[in-house]
Ligand binder design. Structure first.
Ligand code: SAM
Length: 227
């Protein structure tokens, strides 16, 4: 998968994927990450990428023209690439969206900064506007990294065990969190792991896991369950 990022802070991505499974996917070539400095697509001496909003208001906006030119120059195949703008006003990113992006050959992330991006980018350039949550970040770079990590780990061969992505929160049963899990020692500071997990009885373990996942979802994310 080719992943391209357009940002005014390209150094932000240096080191971000230096370790972990997505780093390995980049090293092995499963993911090709190209990070572009938006200022390359400016013509003035100061490499200006921002300007004041029409109608007044605080802060500055990223201008449309450098972003349009960047996308037009770097995208390899506009018919199949997905060009995504990170934005607090976007559709909220979730596991289903990550799954939906796994088959894309090319993803392009546009990272906003300042007070955001000239709306003509959202209206006429992109394929989707993605928010990573109901809070306001200072830039789209962390959002792009979150989406890249969530999608990248789902690519075939990236995780050692393909089953790991099947038994996960929001995945096995889209409405449930993963079940609680424990590792050795079986007793730690007087807290023992549930007996059933040591029983070797796989049917009972599976039943316990389903029940525990439901309980944990009810406790931490009741909004995921039907009324
Ligand atoms: N004025 C904008 C608003 O209220 O929606 C916020 C702009 S924010 C300070 C600057 C940039 O950070 C945005 O253009 C976007 O790229 C990024 N950003 C902020 N919050 C985000 C979120 N929840 N998800 C994804 N990107 C976000």
């Amino acid at each position: 998968m080719l992943v391209q990022v357009i940002t005014i802070f390209p150094d932000f991505f240096r080191g971000l994927f230096a370790e972990g499974v997505v780093a390995k996917a980049i090293t092995s070539g499963t993911i090709e990450l190209r990070v572009h400095d938006l200022r390359q697509w400016t013509d003035d001496r100061h490499k200006t990428v921002d300007d004041r909003p029409f109608g007044g208001g605080e802060g500055m906006l990223l201008k449309a023209d450098p972003i349009f030119r960047a996308v037009e120059q770097i995208v390899e195949d506009r018919a199949t690439a997905k060009v995504l703008l990170l934005s607090a006003q976007g559709h909220q990113f979730d596991q289903a969206m990550a799954q939906g992006l796994v088959d894309c050959r090319e993803l392009v992330f546009i990272c906003g900064r300042y007070e955001g991006v000239d709306e003509r980018v959202a209206e006429h350039l992109i394929d989707g506007e993605i928010s990573i949550g109901d809070y306001v970040l200072s830039g789209g770079e962390l959002g792009a990294a979150v989406v890249l990590d969530a999608v990248g780990r789902l690519l075939p061969g990236v995780l050692g065990n393909a089953d790991s992505t099947v038994h996960e929160s929001f995945t096995r049963d889209a409405k449930l969190l993963d079940c609680p899990q424990y590792t050795r020692p079986a007793e730690y500071r007087g807290w023992a792991v549930p007996d059933v997990l040591l029983s070797g009885n796989h049917a009972e373990i599976e039943k316990w896991r389903k029940r525990a996942a439901l309980e944990k979802t009810r406790r931490n994310r009741p909004d995921l369950l039907p009324e």
